[in-house]
Structure formats: C-alpha cells, structure tokens
Design a binder for this molecule. Sequence first.
Ligand code: FES
Length: 111
Amino acid sequence: MTIDGKQVVVPEGTTIYEAALQARITIPTLCFVEEMGEGGTCGICSVEVEGEPEPQLACKTPVSPGMVVRTDTPRIREIREAIQMMIRLAKALPPASRRGQERPGGGLYTP
Ligand code: FES
C-alpha cells in the first residue's frame, strides 16, 4: 500500500493509522487511544482512499493490498478544521445544567 506517496508493507488487519505510524506519517486522533483500540466517533483521523467516494477513518479502516491513501488533501484539511471548530463551539457553550438559568450580568444561559 501507499500512504502519501510512501510504500508501506504491513500485515493483514493493520489499520491505516497503524500503517501511517510505521511510515512516520502522523494522522491526528481524538477518540482513538492506541492501547484501548477504541475510536471511530470523532472523524478527525479521516483520510482519502483512492476509489472510495467518502473519506475513511484511519483508526478503524484496515489496509488492503494496493491501497492508496492520502492524509493531507484540501478536503481532509477542511474536515479536520470543521471538527476543531465544533469542539471550540462546544467548549464555548455553557454546561447543559446552566441552560435556562440567569447569567450574572443579566439574561439567561441559552444552548
Ligand atoms: S480518531 Fe476519532 S474517529 Fe478516528
């Protein structure tokens, strides 16, 4: 398989994320913790796979022979920026327990 133009040989069952590590290519992760093997919910590890119409999750997608992966394309950067923006927005929101309560300076906390 090829990741960002680098040839990588990995055993069957290896994920794109693991193959990228072997090739010394960093793919960002949020919900995936290597030792726990979870992930698949945040989408920040999305990569483009030639022949696939939609981005694939590097932390969950196993490699296949001849697979061509791109980790840094305009589309992938756009996805990662959108996810980071959603995280920043979520942090700016008041906790759910305070919604509807009065703010110190007046007005109510809203969602
Ligand atoms: S790291 Fe979250 S979906 Fe892959």
